[in-house]
Design a protein. Sequence first.
Length: 54
Amino acid sequence: MWWTPTSQQAIHQNVEQSVRRLSPVPELRKRLKGDSVRIVDAVDDVHTGKVALK
């Protein structure tokens, strides 16, 4: 992979922060409670096209 351990850690922290920021959005909260939407932690490797889910 092209990422260094430090950049990989930063990427994962950014994904976690994004999930935390999305979770309290009112419209998303309604849909999360109704099971029509899920927020998942995922990182896409643009070179391989593989997606890593947490």
